[in-house]
Design a binder for this molecule. Structure first.
Ligand code: KIV
Ligand code: NA
Length: 266
């Protein structure tokens, strides 16, 4: 099977073909997810929480990311490898370029950064002009946890919803080729998805996005020690094995049966 490429992301949106994304942090899980047909494997800075045991993503370094990207890369044959720029690695365009170069040289095919403030848009433009594919991430951006005062649904008030609509268009205009929407009301995510020229990937953003993502530990029902958010579904319960869980997840994303109304915010 041919590898998933960045241009295929736009083709999938155009064709109405849903994209299935999961996080992984090592070669073993990457191999199983790849074989199960997962389109995009994300080495998320969520590794700070689910692998390292911190209570936020802020302690994750570029070195940490590069180590896990290299491991995941060795497990993949088909899936596109997306890697997060960790906290402050995108604070300036030059830092973002250095960090992204390391992650691409470790095996990533695209990098993701959170937010759409002026310097984030500058970083997106800077990277895209230097042949580095970028995925944006809006809504509940976990690197903003101190300003948010916790992990909360975003875009519920009219002004916040309007800002999110504008930000979604701005990241695409800056050159982003994909957009993760985290913890936003379903109706708003649906509106943004319709207006967006680039595919949207939802997590806690309802069923109308162009694709979905879950954290590996959440889709296997592992107890994180934190309250389980409502958008999480344990696919191991019905899947019987890790490979079965991954296949069930991919099938449910593709046919639109996940996420259901019980996994969405309004
Ligand atoms: O770090 C991560 O796992 C993420 C996803 C939840 C989108 O950014
Ligand atoms: Na992340």
């Amino acid at each position: 099977e041919k590898p998933v490429t960045v241009p295929q992301l736009a083709e999938a949106k155009e064709a109405g073909r849903k994209l299935a994304m999961l996080t992984a942090y090592d070669a073993g899980f990457a191999r199983v997810f790849d074989a199960a047909g997962v389109d995009i494997v994300l080495v998320g800075d969520s590794l700070g929480m689910v692998v390292q045991g911190h209570d936020s993503t802020l302690p994750v370094s570029v070195d940490d990311m590069a180590y896990h990207v290299a491991a995941v890369s060795r497990g993949l044959r088909r899936a596109l490898l997306l890697a997060d720029l960790p906290f402050q690695a995108d604070a300036t365009p030059e830092r973002a370029l250095d960090a992204s170069t390391r992650l691409l040289q470790a095996g990533a095919g695209m990098v993701k950064l959170e937010g759409a403030g002026a310097h984030k848009l500058a970083a997106i433009r800077f990277l895209c002009a230097r042949e580095i594919p970028v995925c944006a991430h809006l809504g509940l951006t976990p690197q903003s946890v101190l300003r948010f005062g916790g992990y909360k649904v975003q875009g519920r008030e009219a002004a916040a919803a309007e800002q999110l609509r504008a930000d979604a268009l701005a990241v695409a205009e800056a050159g982003a080729a994909m957009l993760v929407l985290e913890c936003v009301p379903s109706a708003l995510a649906a509106e943004i998805t319709r207006a967006s020229p680039i595919p949207t990937i939802g997590i806690g953003a309802g069923p109308h996005c162009d694709g979905q993502v879950l954290v590996l530990h959440d889709m296997l029902g592992l107890d994180s020690g934190h309250r389980r958010p409502k958008f999480v579904k344990d696919f191991l319960a019905g899947g019987g094995s890790v490979a079965g869980a991954a296949r069930a997840y991919v099938a449910a994303v593709r046919d639109g049966s996940f996420p259901g109304p019980e996994h969405a915010y309004d």
